[in-house]
Design a protein around this ligand. Structure first.
Ligand code: FAD
Length: 299
């Protein structure tokens, strides 16, 4: 299966989705159904989170394998430092390799209260070094156009990003942002610092109040006035909020592609309906970006 980096940073427009694994056995069926429907949209790839939704992480690898081997969509497994010991990371890498999965998104994860985590890795770059030395994986990492909330300033954050990329990152996926100008400015700054790997823009269609609360907790993410007006006006009406959130995300994506940011990752999570509507809104634009560059499979 294709390594994700080989699709990125070119003329070709890519559209991909993030999903989360089941929290427990009872959730397997409904998550599989969502994944099947999202895979049927034929995204360029699907990424599966790890321990990010309060669930156990034992279902990430089975979900990744399921997506790729049942639906033939390239899949990315998220790994986090805070959820894994070194030996678990090695076991998971062997497991992925045995199942033909070659894409990992390497993250630190959010530090749990009381600092209660294995501590074999403190920052994502250490995990990246480990995966790189194991070999055979295409490695992605996270970046933050609004700055990571723990960083003192953007300069420091970009310096750490540079160290992380130099540890062996093949591409970056951004945290959600709601003002494209912030991304354009960020792109200028990271390229100026010699960070030249492809960047995938992460777009969150905000379709319900729960997400809004979470975004408000993400200190540092700039909310433009027109975004806030949308939340204030439609936040209490789920159907209206869904419509408005999809339209806002669509508009952001069209502007990004118009400005040659051709790789878009949508945080529609396990909502196939939202993913489908965004894809439908972009149908002709995606058609324009179909470029056959499958011959270049390097990572
Ligand atoms: P790092 O790159 O390690 O950076 C964390 C902080 O430490 C930053 O402030 C950075 O500037 C600083 N830093 C880095 N290196 C150093 C150093 N050497 N010295 C001092 N400071 C340093 N979380 C989950 O739990 N599961 C998921 O599946 C998940 N998926 C995600 C997917 C994407 C695309 C994104 C953008 C985020 C995701 N997250 C996920 C959230 C992520 O784990 C958190 O944002 C986390 O707080 C930071 O992770 P990181 O990999 O960017 O960390």
């Amino acid at each position: 299966m294709m390594k994700v980096a080989s699709m990125l940073g070119k003329e070709r427009i890519t559209l991909s989705f993030e999903v989360f694994p089941p929290r427990n056995r009872e959730g397997i069926e409904s998550v599989e159904q969502a994944m099947r429907e999202i895979a049927a949209l034929q995204p360029d790839f699907i990424s599966v989170t790890f321990g990010a939704t309060g669930g156990r992480s034992e279902f990430t690898l089975p979900a990744v394998t399921h997506v790729q081997n049942m639906y033939h969509v390239p899949a990315i497994a998220h790994f986090t430092c805070v959820s894994s010991t070194r030996s678990e990371v090695h076991r998971m890498m062997s497991d992925l390799r045995d199942n033909g999965i070659s894409n990992i998104l390497a993250l630190r994860g959010d530090i749990p209260e009381g600092n209660d985590y294995p501590m074999d890795y403190h920052y994502a770059y250490e995990l990246i070094e480990e995966i790189r030395s194991f070999g055979g994986f295409c490695i992605g990492a996270a970046c933050y156009p609004d700055g990571h909330p723990e960083s003192r300033n953007m300069q420091e954050d970009i310096q750490h990003l540079k160290e992380k990329v130099d540890a062996g990152v093949d591409y970056l996926i951004t945290q959600m942002f709601f003002d494209n100008n912030i991304l354009y400015n960020y792109l200028y700054r990271i390229r100026e610092k010699g960070i030249n790997v492809p960047l995938v823009a992460g777009i969150m269609p905000v379709t319900n109040v729960k997400q809004i609360k979470r975004i408000r907790q993400l200190s540092g993410t700039y909310l433009p006035m027109r975004f806030k007006a949308m939340l204030d006006r439609f936040g209490d009406n789920p159907a209206a909020m869904t419509e408005a959130g999809i339209a806002y995300a669509t508009e952001q994506i069209i502007d990004l592609i118009a400005n040659n940011v051709n790789n878009i990752h949508v945080y529609s999570m396990n909502k196939p309906g939202v993913a489908a509507r965004i894809k439908a809104n972009l149908a002709e634009i995606l058609e324009m970006g179909k470029v056959d560059d499958a011959s270049d499979l390097t990572c």
